[in-house]
Design a protein around this ligand. Structure first.
Ligand SMILES: Cc1ncc(COP(=O)(O)O)c(C=O)c1O
Length: 499
């Protein structure tokens, strides 16, 4: 294990140092007001801005880049060793035991990892054809199980009170009872990418293990926000069998996915993907697979730079201390929620009482009477605030929450009004936080939302609603090539005076 919070400066001091240094934090855009201002980035749950330290490390690494399959020249040695270190760093970050667990990189983020896990566990435990998951899941922790396993059961997300919250543990228990030894694994998100609500994954693991089921954790929205302890929990039943996350969610560039898994689950069968790098030898009629982890799971030239960037970021977060980060973020989340509650016509989705459900990193909302796409467009065009809207690849969960909030409002509204709101609120606006988010950013969001609600008619008059459901400003047209285009950059480089 690394020297956590080590290296001479305290976690809080290191955090302060990092905070102002992320790539793109200071980027400016022209606005509909005619001004040009710095963008406020509140879309970390979609993709986090990369930390400047990670970018600098990768820039320093690039001259030494070489293929990890070339073994003997200097560049290959640098790459091979740092790529191996990247695996160690992942294991260290999630507290996985190298005796029992391994980490390997896959393409296309968490989605790539979940597809691989679903196919592998189907083949590893063919007698168990059921997956239990929850209604809160991102599609990438739902559709792969639907595609590759026999049956997928969705447990609702309800806490003791009426509002949607964490996964409902009673219903999970019932589903495990009902499907018994047919359950291959419980696939659960640690943190919801829609509401930021945190699920009790260790308790879920214990319930699953009681029935001989595994637990597969989607840590895409969790890895940069909560401390992760896969192994070595006081109660070993709380340990996690498989965990998946993505580089672009942890302040690293690109989207390498990473799977950390118990080795025995993958060891008994041929790797799902075959090609160079995972074979000892190949004849025309047969091949011998490398048995060593992680090599056997990484066919082809890996995303070496992506993996090293991801590991550089995890090392940085580890130096600060995930407990310190989680603590800081908890305060910021409360500040955000308190601020949102002061905005007139605000509808915040899911359980808002932190003592009932803790949240990490994200909150979704609507302004009554206003379309989520309109609010997101005005936040961007007039205030330079980047948020995400729509359903965040979690359609069932978003639909259920919208229905819940509208039915709560039903007592005060007539049927036409409910129908109109249902039409406007087919999605939500999501604000999400990262290591670089400051209170000033939240203040700017709250002030902007208040201005939008107060001057809604003025803003509405400036927009057309397109058939796609998006909103287009009538006179302001952002030409992205005015700030960046690949062609423009290449042309400029080629035309530069070589002296
Ligand atoms: C909770 C959760 N799971 C899975 C994913 C999918 O991650 P990726 O796009 O890296 O495959 C996301 C991405 O938003 C997510 O937030």
């Amino acid at each position: 294990m690394s020297d956590r919070n080590g290296g001479g400066c305290s976690g809080v001091a290191a955090l302060e140092r990092l905070r102002g240094h992320a790539v793109g934090l200071d980027v400016e855009y022209p606005l509909a007001t005619g001004e040009r201002t710095k963008r406020i980035y509140l879309d970390t749950t979609a993709s986090a801005l990369r930390l400047q330290v990670v970018q600098d490390v990768l820039d320093r690494y690039q001259p030494y880049y070489a293929n990890t399959h070339s073994l003997l020249h200097f560049g290959a040695k640098v790459s091979t060793r740092e790529f191996a270190w990247a695996h160690d760093m992942v294991m260290n970050f999630v507290h996985a035991d190298p005796e029992t667990h391994t980490a390997f990189f896959v393409g296309s983020g968490t989605t790539g990892g979940m597809n691989r896990v679903a196919r592998t566990l189907r083949d590893a435990r063919p007698e168990r054809d059921v997956v239990i998951t929850s209604v809160m899941e991102h599609h990438s922790n739902d559709l792969p199980h639907r595609k590759f396993l026999g049956e997928v059961v969705h447990v609702p997300a309800l806490v003791e009170r009426t509002s949607l919250g964490r996964v409902n543990m009673d219903r999970l228990r019932e589903a495990l009872e009902e499907y018994g030894d047919r359950v291959n694994y419980v696939a659960i998100t640690w943190v919801s990418n829609v509401t930021g609500i945190i699920n009790p994954v260790h308790e879920i693991a214990a319930l699953a293990h009681e029935k001989g089921a595994l637990v597969v954790v989607d840590a895409a929205a969790a890895a940069a926000h909560v401390p992760i302890k896969m192994c070595g929990n006081e109660n070993p039943a709380h340990d996690i069998d498989v965990l998946v996350f993505s580089g672009h969610k942890v302040y690293a560039p690109g989207s390498p996915g990473v799977v950390v898994t118990r080795k025995d689950l993958f060891a008994g069968q041929d790797p799902m993907e075959v090609g160079g790098g995972m074979v000892d030898d190949v004849y025309l009629n047969r091949h011998m697979t490398v048995q060593k982890f992680p090599d056997r799971e990484e066919a082809g030239t890996p995303n070496i730079t992506g993996a090293i960037g991801l590991a550089a970021s995890l090392y940085t977060l580890d130096r600060i201390g995930m407990d310190v980060l989680a603590d800081e973020e908890r305060k910021l989340m409360r500040y955000l929620m308190d601020g949102l509650r002061t905005v007139p016509d605000m509808m915040i989705y899911a359980e808002c009482d932190f003592d009932v459900c803790e949240r990490a990193g994200a909150v979704s909302f609507n302004l009554r009477d206003l379309d989520h796409a309109f609010v997101a467009a005005v936040l961007n065009d007039y205030f330079n605030i980047s948020v995400r809207n729509q359903c965040f690849c979690a359609h069932p969960y978003v639909r259920e929450m919208i229905t819940e909030v509208l039915s709560e409002a039903a007592e005060d509204l007539d049927e036409d009004e409910i129908e109109r709101l249902a039409d406007l609120h087919r999605g939500m606006v999501r604000a999400s936080l990262g290591i670089y988010t400051r209170r000033e950013d939240i203040d700017a969001l709250i002030a902007a939302l208040k201005t939008i609600t107060a001057d809604r008619d003025t803003y509405l008059a400036h927009y057309d609603r397109l058939d796609s459901g998006d909103y287009k400003h009538k006179t302001f047209d952002f030409d992205h090539t005015s700030v960046f285009s690949v062609r423009g950059e290449v042309d400029a480089w080629l035309e530069k005076d070589p002296t």
